[in-house]
Design a binder for this molecule. Structure first.
Ligand code: TNX
Length: 509
């Protein structure tokens, strides 16, 4: 099984299941049973019937607060008994059961399965970390609703429960805001993209773009909710804002017309610091947040160059008024404004670790990306933290040092093998135990400058995400014990149609 359950042992005997499966469960878990039934029908054509107390059943699921949040127990004997702390735990128990069957149960194209035989066993499971996240950059390359739905399904199959969507960057704006239509009529489209590595300085002239409207977002939010995945919207400001400025140059520092950027990297075109711009940013972020009603909101904050502020008389005036001595402090005006208005609306707020360089409002959760050290710093300063260190969890880095790897963001020696991912410690080294409770979990990043298709996304994400899922579930151990389970798990990925990277391409050639 993968991720490995916390505890379990086999017993004598087997149980054979056949369609229709009769399941008794709490009324509140009806939806999870529906999702299971749909998946099973799609894979092997089986029927799942919900039965009432008193009737015979194949699976009997009961609520048990003792299992904890997202936790479950499974006992396979003369029938299957499930105990779960909540709906997520129930759905994870069903995922575990499917992993105990043939890989065919994960297929997206139906095939025949007459019977499903399980060995008798007991499982006890619950995660160590509540935030088991994946980040997808839909700005550099747009991924449509179908691609994101599919990724959500793959996350759920690995018991990952947060999908952070990076919705804007210099190269594209991906969510429609009716009050500011230019964000998508202009900002969602660029005239070309780099070919090969950005350093080669070659560009195609193929238009690229796309965006989600409110109905698309609602569809994704609902799809994710049914699979216990929470979507986290990110609007990245005041840097990484060139696509916004292409639409509305009045919010920039130079007033000059701009295009949606056709380079990868960090554009120097950032928002200006006038009151109207802060007002605009606040309005847009609150609108986008409203499309994701139950989600924490990420306000970006990474890599904001200050050269334009240094050269701007208006920005210098603001610095004088505020008594700032470093233009980088101007970024704090955005962080503070957006954080306060989101917190006032009862939203949790996340930001990249650069915000630690200015004053941070209590309650902000820090995504530590520059290094694990940044996670230590955030936790020691009393902030909750999501560990996303690029050295281990940037899946746009090379998967190996082999010659067959496709061009990636950083050149050799920046290599992140799945074995290295499996070795990640979620709690960063050097963090005093008194601060461990600040570490909410970890997140794997899929930045997409060099990921321009679903097939490439699969290749970069898998099998590294399989290794990550076990680490962040909290049951990772010895990589030699993990490898055969991973090999077996690849059959499930095959069934799901995932174009993963081979574990050892040199050997498999
Ligand atoms: C850094 S991480 C970035 C992204 C790039 C990524 C490439 C972060 C918050 N900013 O803009 O896509 O590196 O690995």
């Amino acid at each position: 099984m993968l991720p490995r359950p916390r505890g379990g042992e086999g017993r004598e005997g087997t149980l054979t299941l056949r369609s229709p499966l009769r399941v008794r469960c709490d009324d509140a878990w009806r939806e999870d049973l529906e999702v299971f039934a749909t998946d099973l029908a799609g894979a092997v054509g089986w029927t799942v019937r919900r039965v009432d107390d008193g009737e015979d059943c194949d699976i009997d699921a009961r609520r048990d607060g003792g299992c904890g949040s997202e936790g479950y127990r499974v006992r396979v004997g003369e029938r299957i008994d499930i105990a779960a702390g909540d709906a997520a735990g129930f759905s994870y128990a069903l995922t575990a059961l499917r992993q105990l069957g043939p890989a065919q149960l994960w297929s997206r194209t139906p095939s025949e399965l007459a019977t499903w035989t399980l060995d008798a066993l007991d499982l006890v499971d619950a995660p160590s970390f509540a935030w088991r996240g994946v980040h997808l950059d839909v700005a550099r390359h747009f991924f449509d609703v179908a691609a994101v739905r599919r990724l959500i399904d793959l996350l759920a199959a690995h018991r990952l429960n947060h999908l952070h969507l990076h919705l804007n960057d210099d190269q594209g704006w991906r969510v429609e805001v009716p009050a500011w239509p230019g964000l998508t009529t202009v900002g969602a489209w660029r005239s070309g993209s780099p070919v090969g590595h950005e350093h080669d300085d070659v560009r195609d002239d193929v238009a690229h773009g796309g965006f989600y409207n409110a109905a698309d977002v609602a569809e994704l939010v609902e799809h994710a909710r049914r699979r216990h995945v929470r979507l986290i919207p990110e609007i990245d400001l005041p840097g990484h804002a060139q696509s916004l400025l292409a639409a509305y140059p009045q919010f920039g520092n130079t007033g000059a017309p701009l295009e949606v950027w056709t380079h990868w990297g960090i554009s120097h075109h950032v928002l200006n610091v006038e009151a109207a711009t802060l007002e605009f940013a606040d309005e847009v972020v609150r609108y986008v947040a409203g499309l994701f009603p139950d989600s924490p909101v990420h306000i970006g904050g990474d890599e904001c160059p200050s050269v334009q502020w240094e050269r701007s008389a208006a920005a210098r005036d603001v610095m004088d008024q505020r008594g700032f001595d470093d233009p980088r402090q101007l970024q704090g005006l955005f962080t503070e404004r957006l954080t306060r208005s989101l917190l006032a609306e009862g939203r949790a707020v996340l930001a990249w670790d650069e915000v630690l360089d200015a004053e941070v409002i209590p309650g902000t959760t820090i995504c530590a990306w520059r290094s694990a050290r940044k996670g230590v710093e955030a936790a020691e300063r009393g902030f909750d933290v999501i560990m996303a260190p690029m050295q281990h969890l940037y899946f746009d880095w090379l998967s190996s040092d082999g010659p067959e790897e496709p061009v990636a963001v950083a050149p050799w020696p920046y290599v992140t093998t799945w074995e290295k991912v499996y070795g990640v410690a979620v709690i960063p080294e050097g963090l005093h135990p008194a601060h461990h409770h600040h570490v909410r979990g970890a997140q794997a990043q899929l930045w997409t400058e060099y990921i321009d298709s679903v097939a490439r996304l699969d290749y970069m994400a898998f099998p590294r995400l399989c290794a990550f899922s076990e680490v962040v579930w909290g049951t990772g151990g010895d990589v030699e014990e993990f490898r055969p389970r991973l090999e077996h798990h690849l059959r499930r990925l095959d069934a799901m149609g995932v174009a993963y990277r081979a574990l050892d391409p040199a050997r498999d050639r």
